[in-house]
Design a protein around this ligand. Structure first.
Ligand SMILES: CC(=O)N[C@H](C=O)[C@@H](O)[C@H](O)[C@H](O)COP(=O)(O)O
Length: 226
């Protein structure tokens, strides 16, 4: 059954991802981190990698947004239709994929990718990870169920702002007729609250909650320069 996005409205989604070579890159660990986030009030979880998603889905009581990353440049978030189908097959409620206007590695358009995914998994919702308002506009026209600001600052179209890209967020919210999930460089509870006040349907926080190496670095730097 399609997940009811009302359950996520006004809430916090926690992104639980570890990267190649990192000690926490282990499905059991990531599933435990996700459960801990739910215990803290997360209304949804975003996870990466088929093994992590398979480990998370059965132990979580909240909707799961799934993706795979293939490389780390260009179109790398669930880049192909095959990737989308593999993510959907893990049982996630929402598939997140690159929602930019850039050419995709399998040559399919975003619209065709969404259509084919829907044909095979009619209950799955589609989150378009966008890098700009123009991306969001196109992704919405192509049938995305959710617009994410995930890639603002990572595609070359927008500057990589220190914190959230508020200008982009406001532009996306202004054009959206579907829910907007504000994601990307939200590092404080105050920023998360501001995103909701700016019209986010939900706020997605990753690094500032689930990436201890980065968090530790923030503190070690501060201590070193005291
Ligand atoms: C740009 C990109 O690849 N973003 C990824 C998308 O899944 C993740 O690496 C981020 O951690 C996630 O978007 C949450 O953002 P932040 O960690 O800034 O709270």
């Amino acid at each position: 059954m399609t997940v009811d996005l009302e359950a996520l409205r006004g809430g916090l989604v926690v992104s639980c991802q570890a990267y190649p070579g990192e000690p926490m890159l282990d499905p059991r660990t990531m599933a435990q981190v996700a459960q801990a986030a739910v215990a803290g009030g997360a209304v949804g979880i975003r996870g990466k990698g088929l093994d992590d998603l398979r480990a998370m889905r059965p132990v979580l009581t909240v909707p799961l947004i799934g993706l795979v990353k293939v490389g780390d440049s260009g179109v790398y978030i669930t880049p192909t239709l095959d990737d989308c189908l593999a993510v959907a097959d893990t049982g996630v409620e929402i598939v997140a994929l690159d929602g930019t206007r850039r050419p995709r590695p399998d040559g399919l358009s975003f619209a065709r990718t969404v259509t084919e995914l829907r044909n095979r998994f009619p209950d799955v919702l589609v989150m378009a990870d966008c890098g700009s308002a123009a991306d969001a506009d196109a992704a919405q026209d192509a049938g995305a169920d959710i617009l994410g600001t995930t890639l603002a600052g990572y595609t070359g179209e927008r500057p990589k702002t220190d914190g959230p890209d508020w200008e982009c967020i406001d532009e996306v919210v202004a054009l959206a007729s579907v829910p907007v999930f504000v994601e990307g460089r939200i590092h404080t509870p105050a920023q998360a609250a501001r995103a909701i006040r700016h019209g986010a349907w939900a706020v997605v926080v990753g690094t500032a909650i689930t990436h201890p190496t980065t968090l530790t670095g923030w503190f070690t730097e501060a201590v070193a320069s005291a």
